[in-house]
Design a binder for this molecule. Structure first.
Ligand code: ADP
Ligand code: MG
Length: 375
């Protein structure tokens, strides 16, 4: 493989007094930011506060008017911009896969431009698809239009990782997904984040996402970085009202004994409900069309079961039904106390319960969503 790597690992990414103006308006103003090798740093702040501009200056899609950006103490202006971008993974909300190229061609695009052989590209694409939980044999030759939003988002991540970049920039990658699917992809990303062990700068406007994924969190407002620190530091020592407003959203649920399941459930619509007799294969097709990755399985009895798409796509035999693989889980009523619901989940060793009203599932109750809100 002929790829020229600018850096094998990241020790630091440093922005010093970086400014970007559009006419008289500051998009980013005198920004100092230090990203340490191996960390996942979140940038969070209101819309228009300069997050995207900051990210795009690091891969030189935008040139700053003033200030210096270094990677491992090298000024990035000394690198060829195209070469720089091939060494930095970039994942955005609307990932812009090329519609007339297969998934394999999309992921393999830059490796091909870099002169890799067909075999090398095939191997790499298979590895990456496995990594993002899309079995290569069923996804490589599909076109983007044949994938759900969540699956396309996974392909976007795989494509960003194609050249094995030591630095990843992610701009609200899960922002367009519905809350349940977003949670599933965040969970998955939290796992693969450990495996890839890369330095990541991640933009979001969702404080729960920030606390869930970030090692440190930087808060931006009006083109400036207001405060940066670990979640604990921001909660315990907010520098001003804006910071406490943003982090306090997490702390509004203080009195666990007054809370009911309905206060913390994620509502679901009928698109999450699946018949127990459906085959795994049929269910995956339906999920792809409706952009869900979790099935609540109804079988006419009182038990509630669920299964995730990641388990379904692994099934090799055509006749496996949802009934065969779905896991039983507690059913709650929306008026149940949180403490009792948590107790039931713990007893069953489950991380998710289904909220029922008049024998119909109406919501999901995720253990870690609740714990995250209570700390
Ligand atoms: P965020 O990602 O935090 O929502 P952006 O970095 O996209 O914010 O934008 C910061 C500010 O710069 C906003 O006021 C935006 O309107 C302005 N801005 C961004 N790009 C341009 C552009 N190409 N031309 C003019 N103004 C821009
Ligand atoms: Mg933005």
């Amino acid at each position: 493989m002929s790829t020229q790597r600018l850096f094998d690992r990241i020790d630091s990414v440093r922005l010093q007094q970086v400014t970007k103006k559009y006419d008289e308006l500051f998009a980013v103003e005198q920004l100092d930011l230090d990203l340490q090798g191996g960390e996942l740093l979140i940038l969070i702040g209101p819309s228009g506060s300069g997050k995207t501009t900051t990210l795009r200056m690091i891969n030189r899609l935008i040139e700053p008017d003033d200030g210096v950006i270094t990677i491992n103490d090298h000024d990035i202006m000394e690198f060829d911009p195209v070469r720089l971008r091939r060494n930095i993974g970039y994942v955005i909300q609307d990932i812009g896969l090329f519609p007339h190229m297969t998934i394999k061609e999309n992921i393999g695009l830059v490796p091909r431009l870099e002169g890799w052989s067909d075999q090398e590209i095939s191997d790499r694409v298979k590895h990456l698809l496995d990594f993002v939980s899309l079995p290569p044999e069923s996804f490589m030759d599909r076109y983007p239009g044949q994938l759900s939003g969540g699956q396309q988002q996974r392909v976007g991540l795989a494509r960003a990782l194609a050249m094995d970049p030591p630095l990843l920039l992610m701009d609200e990658p899960f922002g367009a997904l519905d809350p349940i699917l977003r949670k599933q992809l965040q969970d998955e990303f939290n796992v693969i984040k450990q495996e890839i062990g890369r330095t990541i700068l991640f933009v979001t406007h969702d404080i729960d996402e920030a606390f869930k994924l970030g090692d440190r969190i930087g808060i931006m407002s009006d083109a400036r970085l207001i405060q940066i620190g670990t979640p604990e530091e921001l909660i315990l020592h907010p520098e001003n009202e804006l910071v406490s407003d943003i982090v306090d959203a997490k702390r509004k649920f203080k009195h666990i004994d007054t809370l009911r399941v309905k206060d913390m459930m994620s509502p679901i619509t009928d698109k999450y409900l699946f018949d127990a007799g459906m085959t795994a294969h049929e269910a995956v097709n339906r999920m792809t069309q409706t952009n869900v990755e979790l099935a609540i399985v109804l079988d006419g009895s009182d038990l509630v079961r669920y299964v995730e798409m990641a388990d379904l796509v692994q099934q090799k035999h055509d006749d496996v039904t949802l009934w065969d693989i779905a896991r039983p889980t507690p059913g709650f009523s929306s008026n149940d106390h949180i403490a009792s619901a948590l107790g039931k989940l713990k007893d069953m060793g489950e991380s998710l319960g289904v909220v029922m009203e008049a024998d119909r599932p109406v919501g999901l109750f995720f253990l870690d969503n609740v714990l995250l809100k209570l700390i």
